[in-house]
Design a protein around this ligand. Structure first.
Ligand SMILES: Nc1nc2c(c(=O)[nH]1)N[C@H]1C(S)=C(S)[C@@H](COP(=O)(O)O)O[C@H]1N2
Ligand SMILES: [Mo]
Length: 170
């Protein structure tokens, strides 16, 4: 009797674990999410821009101090586009931006960072795609891109969201 219950519980747990692992694998291995497509969500609308469309915007080179868990603070030369140019390119209407309270930037690993709208439209928030002349690389390849949000003023780089795939205005 007890044995049957135990077996049942173990079976249920095993199925749940496998189901969750499969769901996780599907998001991690979905190549369309690692190709640098970013989806914008606002009011009741969405728009997507692909890697080519994003990198065709006006490029900027800038220096910022990278600080990761495996390396100390280091000055890097990045290339990227301004987040405000991207929001403009995605055709997000001004009224949606004016009435919003925040901009959320999401990474493929589930990491989410928040900014005020003013901060998102400022001149020190970039979506970078190159570091010291090289592509950022993908999550699967141990990189931080194809796109990484860089808030230059964030000195501990904890809001430098890696693997960006979605930007939500709410
Ligand atoms: N997508 C994503 N971006 C992220 C993180 C993360 O876990 N996931 N960690 C943040 C933190 S706390 C730091 S210090 C920097 C560097 O993190 P790393 O050491 O994990 O590369 O990335 C930031 N951006
Ligand atoms: Mo961190």
């Amino acid at each position: 009797m007890i044995n049957n219950k135990l077996v049942l519980i173990i079976a249920i747990l095993a199925i749940a674990t496998l189901t969750l692992a499969y769901a996780n694998m599907k998001t991690m291995n979905n190549p369309s999410m690692e190709d640098g497509t970013i989806t914008f969500v606002w009011s009741d609308e969405t728009a997507s821009l692909n890697f080519e469309e994003i990198t065709a915007l006006e490029n900027h080179q800038f220096k910022a101090t990278e600080d990761t868990s495996t390396s100390g603070p280091k000055s890097r030369k990045y290339r990227g586009v301004l987040l405000k140019d991207l929001l403009n390119k995605a055709d997000i209407d001004d009224s949606a931006l004016k009435s919003a309270s925040k901009v959320l930037v999401k990474g493929l690993d589930g990491y989410v960072i928040a900014m005020s709208v003013d901060e998102a439209l400022s001149d020190h928030v970039y979506l970078a795609f190159e570091k010291d002349g090289k592509p950022l690389g993908t999550l699967k390849k141990g990189g931080s891109g194809p796109f990484q949000l860089i808030i230059v003023k964030d000195s501990f780089s904890q809001r430098w969201c890696k693997y960006v795939f979605e930007v939500t205005i709410e």
